[in-house]
Design a binder for this molecule. Structure first.
Ligand code: SF4
Length: 75
């Protein structure tokens, strides 16, 4: 699994960090970033939960290698 945050979508709701604090954190601007792009298998359920609960769909999850992104800023 790979994960990134679409920072142009993130509104800083913080749900991802609450769901998976080992994988996501909010920076000084309040926007989220992924602390790792390849979370350990035991983190996958909480990462999926974060993706499901993010109100704007900013938690981007891919099963394998991430597809190429468009011009979106991710972290
Ligand atoms: S839950 Fe979504 S909107 Fe909220 S901080 Fe995480 S990525 Fe941003």
């Amino acid at each position: 699994m790979r994960v990134r945050i679409a920072r142009d979508l993130c509104v800083g709701a913080g749900q991802c960090e609450r769901s998976a604090p080992a994988v996501f954190a909010q920076d000084d601007s309040g926007l989220s970033l992924a602390l790792t792009e390849e979370p350990a298998a035991e983190q996958w359920p909480s990462v999926h939960e974060a993706a499901d609960l993010c109100p704007v769909g900013a938690v981007l999850v891919a099963a394998g290698r991430l597809a190429p992104f468009d011009e979106r800023e991710t972290a």
